[in-house]
Design a binder for this molecule. Structure first.
Ligand code: MN
Length: 319
């Protein structure tokens, strides 16, 4: 039996299905679980289906998240877009009768009974379209909006290398069969207040740059206050600094005063960076990673290690 059929069979069997994703969810995390909820309920209206996690206002157009229900017999959790246990938002797979992982991150650890991992997929949302195409599940308009938003953001508007002919085929086919207004989605995703542009301007003007091409910047909570932006803003903006000739790797370190942590976001145009972040208990993709630090001094170590990786990349052209 192929993985699509296996997943479908488990969905069919379950009475209660909980959909979960990673902490600090992006549109791929939110979109994949909210779309799955729609798609499952469309096929099985009598099942109890919940998409859980901490609410986020930024991407509320994708739909509302549910509270974790009481977990009964024949319960199934489907975790999307999350490779490791400690980043699952709101619950743990062990609490359920059965568990499934659908993810496109490189493998970190086994967290679910059944794991479908495709590191070549652009996004978890792309994998959901694939799942629908290979089973009796049907696409819905609401789900298509969620999935399109997840794919567009995870590929940075189809620019990242994970964007493959398969991505275009699956998206094209979905739009063909389930027409949605993509301009509306782009407005939701990319329309920004002027104060954010001013803040982006601050970031652009203040990066430090190493000889090897690592750009980095510490952002204090005072600066966030001054520009009236929230603590997630630098991380959400980091892709905007792609295609700057001198930046091979670029990093923001944002002080999160409420939680007494520092949020590190890293992007790369060549050097593989996730190994460095994994050493500091973070992770992510080859060219897009992050970590949350308690100790700000660890940031300096990370920059040193990223600089070394970038130096090696410059010397060898790979790595
Ligand atoms: Mn993703």
């Amino acid at each position: 039996m192929n993985v699509y059929k296996k997943i479908y069979k488990e969905i069919k069997k379950a009475k209660v299905i909980v959909l979960a994703h990673h902490i600090g969810p992006d549109p791929d995390a939110l979109g994949s679980s909210l779309a799955l909820k729609e798609i499952i309920l469309n096929k099985f209206p009598k099942k109890e289906v919940y998409a859980i996690g901490h609410p986020t206002s930024r991407f509320s157009f994708l739909g509302k998240l549910d509270k974790l229900p009481e977990i009964k017999d024949k319960s199934l959790i489907i975790v999307t877009d999350t490779p490791d246990l400690h980043r699952i938002d709101g619950t743990l797979p062990q609490k359920f009768t059965n568990s499934i992982k659908i993810d496109h991150h490189p493998f970190i650890e086994k967290t679910c009974n059944l794991e479908w991992i495709d590191p070549n997929a652009s996004s978890a949302c792309q994998m959901i379209i694939e799942l629908v195409n290979h089973t009796k599940l049907k696409m819905t308009k609401k789900a298509a909006i969620c999935l399109f938003a997840g794919i567009v953001t995870d590929t940075n508007r189809f620019m990242f290398e994970y964007t493959t002919p398969k991505t275009f085929k699956l998206v094209g086919q979905m739009l063909d069969e389930t027409p949605i207004d993509i301009n509306e989605i782009y407005n939701e995703l990319y329309l920004r207040p002027y104060k954010e542009i001013k803040f982006e301007n601050y970031l652009a003007s203040n990066f430090n740059l190493t000889e090897n091409g690592v750009a980095y910047l510490k952002i204090t909570s005072d600066i966030l206050k001054e520009y009236d932006v929230d603590v997630a803003t630098p991380g959400n903006m980091i892709n905007n600094f792609n295609f700057i000739k001198e930046f091979l790797v670029w990093v923001t370190c944002t002080e999160d005063k409420n939680n007494q942590i520092y949020r590190i976001s890293v992007r790369s145009r060549g050097p593989v960076i996730n190994k460095v972040l994994e050493r500091h208990h973070g992770g992510g993709h080859k060219y897009a990673s992050g970590v949350r630090l308690q100790n700000p001094e660890e940031f300096d170590e990370i920059i040193k290690e990223l600089d070394e990786v970038t130096k090696q990349y410059n010397e060898k052209g790979v790595l």
